[in-house]
Write a protein that binds this ligand. Sequence first.
Ligand code: 3EB
Length: 330
Amino acid sequence: MTQGCENPQVEVRARRAPQVSYRMAQVATLLEAAGTLAVFGFDPSVPSGDDPRHLQVALASTDAPAPLELWQVDGPVRCGMEGALRWSTGGGWLFAAIELDEREHGGTLATARQAYDMLHRFVAGHDARHVLRVWNYIGAINDGEGDAERYKRFCEGRAAGMGDFFAEGFPAATAIGHLAAEHRLQVYLLAGEQGGHRVENPRQVSAWRYPRQYGPTPPSFARAMILPARDTLAISGTAAVVGHASAHHDDLDAQLEETLTNLDALLASADMRAGFDAHSPLKVYLRHGSDAPRVRDALQQRLPGVPLLLLHGDICRRELLVEIDGWRYA
Ligand code: 3EB
């Protein structure tokens, strides 16, 4: 920028992270607010809106009325739709979402491949081309035996669709089974102008190194991502996995405790101060919706003041009952 500048390394200032919050409000009100990048509803029976920034997630909230999730950025936002893809961009960030019907794309594997292929081609055309965080919602995720289990087929297709776009490392991610029509695949992402810093959990084997028993293609995700300004940790779906094994099969309380231990380990691994607070929204996925009151009580005790959004969905291993993802602002 400056002529005759001695130092050719022009420092690119990283943009402030999107602010994520849960709101009891009308979708239209949130879409009109300044800097709204995306609004998520959690009622599979409601279609996504005409505004590309409104995504209706295929998972149901266990609370009625359900809160909305809001992503806000600094500055004006542009948005659009391109076929199955909806997107918005502003403040140096890009939101993109795709929904495909497995019946139209040749099944679970081929549809996941197609979704990732379309998403990375789309993202590659934008300034914000570093995919930092991805959410995957798959129908009937535990159906099928052995390598034919739908989650494992999804993992194969995801890896194929990623191609070498993620050669620098995988994004943080969540993959959860929804209970809506099983042929719906939903994938949405957050990308930024700069790469983030991947974080692994020392208590867990990195997912891409899982042994063969978990499927022919290991899951392609990082345990968490420090956003470029280092002001935020995007936390992947975290469950009671220790090493590569599921701990405390079918024991909800013990799995919840192990999950919290994993979340603490992630914060430490990211060099962030311990604990979650009123600015750290967490999403809790429950295999049994009826566990919601008990889990909410337990978490309110353990993480007082933390905004919680409880969703009814299947975890990608049959013995797991709970998984948590979310955000921690520094
Ligand atoms: C685990 O630790 C639990 O396939 O994208 C968590 C987060 C899990 C992301 C994914 C799967 C994924 O393996 C499952």
